[in-house]
Design a protein around this ligand. Structure first.
Ligand SMILES: [Fe+2]
Length: 248
């Protein structure tokens, strides 16, 4: 679907409830995100106040830096679920990883060391910023060949993913694309705008780590995108497409 540029709406933009955040490090004690239960609870409440009702925790899986044990992740997730069911019952939580691509990553997905988002086949896929185009494509093909759907994380960050034809090629193979809410503040702003206009971006997330590190809130980004591209684009990027990725 193509989204053109739209005139500014007449009145203030209303942020709908039901936004989806597929990329954050709010689950406590498992990576460089929230450190304590209190920090996690505070961040969950903030996401709720931004209109987020579907929140997927995506702890880093990068054995060179972070390799949280699945049992450790499960224990923190149980605490998060208990808090949400008692205090924010209309919010749904999901679990996955932000998976840093290495030669053995598909094996690690298959043996359960890291996992796709929720009960979907979508893998939040991270590369080193300088990963070559050939390797990016090779990893995408490898994941797809094993039945996973690569959802490339913050695609505004990769040095060798700035040729629009390459991005279309990946799209044609079945790759999906996530941008961070701060993507419009980067040097790739023009490319990101073009990709949104062409309907190539699937979702926007805040990649929240803690109260001081993270991109702008989803509500701010929603308002910006609705103003620039129209309501249909905002609803697609913050609600409809990420829900389809999760399968909920
Ligand atoms: Fe992240």
């Amino acid at each position: 679907m193509l989204f053109g540029r739209k005139k500014a709406p007449a009145g203030p933009i209303e942020i709908p409830e039901g936004l989806v955040n597929l990329h954050c490090h709010i689950l406590f004690g498992v990576d460089d995100g929230a450190r304590t239960e209190e920090q996690m609870v505070d961040l969950i409440k903030k996401e709720y106040s931004f209109g987020v009702r579907h929140l997927c925790f995506t702890p880093h899986y990068n054995p060179a830096l972070f390799e949280p044990r699945p049992s450790q992740i499960a224990a923190s997730f149980d605490i998060a679920k208990k808090f949400v069911s008692e205090n924010l019952p209309d919010m749904s939580l999901y679990l996955g990883n932000e998976v840093f691509m290495r030669p053995d990553t598909v094996d690690r997905l298959r043996d359960g060391s890291c996992k796709p988002l929720g009960s979907s086949s979508a893998v939040l896929t991270e590369f080193h910023p300088s990963t070559s185009w050939d390797d990016i494509r090779m990893y995408a093909v490898k994941l797809l060949g094993q039945g996973y759907t690569p959802l490339f994380a913050h695609i505004e960050r990769y040095d060798h993913l700035n040729d629009i034809q390459d991005i279309y090629e990946l799209r044609g193979l079945g790759v999906k694309f996530q941008i961070n809410t701060a993507a419009f503040e980067t040097s790739r702003r023009k490319l990101i705008i073009k990709l949104i206009e062409q309907g190539v971006i699937d979702c926007v997330a805040d990649d929240r780590h803690n109260s001081t590190r993270g991109d702008p809130p989803l509500s701010e980004s929603y308002a910006f995108i609705e103003e620039k591209f129209g309501r249909a684009a905002a609803e697609a990027l913050f609600i409809r497409r990420p829900r389809a990725i999760l399968g909920v």
